[in-house]
Write a protein that binds this ligand. Structure first.
Ligand SMILES: NC(=O)c1ccc[n+]([C@@H]2O[C@H](COP(=O)([O-])OP(=O)(O)OC[C@H]3O[C@@H](n4cnc5c(N)ncnc54)[C@H](OP(=O)(O)O)[C@@H]3O)[C@@H](O)[C@H]2O)c1
Length: 330
């Protein structure tokens, strides 16, 4: 349980879409925050953070970033990175490298004990469950390389002998998130795979950040779902975005582009774009993630940690996200 007024915190992925607002929230309450980043020059949205240049695979940078730290939020990761940064390298190997850094830092003379290590995992660990409601003890069965890498990373965190908490996060939306698609709708370019009848757990970034803080502040252990209060179908979610943003509604592919063709093109695209050292966005994993169906129970977050959502449902959250995105662009 957080007892100190101020703590020293490391946020990996602190320049990212979830990480940056998390860092700003930690700084706003007086914490000292280190952020590991490959490019400190781009980290302009988190003034006040101590920027440490490096990657998860750089032991010297990790030693620097972990100095004096009592809380770690490990967010660096994603569906995949650029070039050789596959889902497995970024999420599993990256987490194992960070854990080695944490072990080394804990052995340093006068190192304070680690109070909490919060890992940003994903609802992708469940694969496609045909819309089933799942609680945190439901066995993972990923159907993507991303989901499998998150399962392996979770196992490494759990086995590390540290005060670990795993946050399995729903699809996050908010200003700056591609998932919102509001700009694409306004440009009449919003397309998605599948038919949109699948149920996607979603969460507004403000609720996601508040939940991560609540998890980090607690002394609970184990897995927590971080999701909004409603689980809409993909079509329902984007109907809300369209109502708030205007433009043209999302068009879904699968009724007229065969799934096998979509998968073949996605595989070829990933190979070619990654071969050029860039980050492919149209991949087999992305196709599978956009068409998977699962509902996350959130009683642990609500009842054990007393979490209260800022947004009652995805319609409120989407309206706010579109407004926030407009404010940011203005
Ligand atoms: N967004 C979602 O909907 C969602 C849903 C469920 C779970 N998650 C998980 O939540 C975490 C954060 O997601 P996000 O959407 O905020 O990510 P994001 O915006 O794509 O940012 C990724 C972050 O990872 C860092 N990073 C990437 N490769 C790195 C490396 N090799 N070494 C060190 N840092 C590295 C980046 O830092 P620099 O570029 O500054 O180096 C960046 O801050 C991820 O682990 C993701 O899997 C996200």
């Amino acid at each position: 349980m957080r007892t100190a007024a101020c703590e020293t915190v490391l946020v990996t992925g602190g320049t990212g879409r979830i990480g940056a607002p998390l860092v700003r929230a930690l700084l706003a309450r007086g914490d000292t925050v280190a952020v590991l980043t490959r490019d400190p020059g781009r980290a302009t949205t988190i003034p006040g953070a101590r920027l440490v240049k490096g990657t998860l695979f750089d032991p010297a940078a990790l030693a620097d970033a972990l100095t004096g730290v009592t809380v770690v939020y490990h967010l660096a990761g994603g569906v995949r990175g650029a070039g050789i940064d596959t889902a497995d390298r970024l999420n599993r190997e990256g987490t194992e490298a960070l854990l080695a850094g944490v072990r080394a830092a804990q052995l340093a003379p006068k190192a304070p004990p680690l109070r909490a290590f919060v890992y940003a995992s994903s609802c992708a660990v469940y694969g496609d469950r045909s819309g089933l409601w799942v609680a945190e003890d439901y066995p993972p069965s990923p159907h993507t390389t991303y989901g499998a890498a998150k399962v392996a990373a979770e196992a490494a965190v759990t086995a590390a002998g540290i005060p670990a908490r795993i946050a399995r996060i729903a699809a996050v939306y908010g200003p700056g998130f591609n998932f919102l698609l509001a700009d694409k709708m306004r440009e009449n370019k919003a397309w998605l795979p599948g038919e949109g009848r699948n149920i996607v757990p979603v969460v507004h970034v403000d609720d996601c950040v508040a939940a991560l803080l609540r998890i980090g502040d607690s002394d609970a252990s184990g897995v927590f779902h971080v999701a909004g209060r409603t689980a809409p179908t993909l079509r329902e979610f984007y109907t809300s975005v369209h109502a708030a943003s205007g433009g043209a509604p999302v068009r879904f592919w699968s009724t007229w582009i065969p799934s096998a063709l979509q998968l073949a093109v996605a595989r070829a695209n990933e190979r070619i774009v990654a071969g050029l050292g860039r980050r492919p966005r149209f991949t087999e994993d992305n196709l599978r993630l956009y068409t998977a169906s699962v509902r996350l129970r959130t009683e642990r977050l609500e009842k054990e940690l007393g979490f209260r959502w800022a947004f009652g449902d995805h319609k409120d959250g989407v309206r706010a996200a579109v407004e926030q995105a407009g404010d940011r662009a203005a």
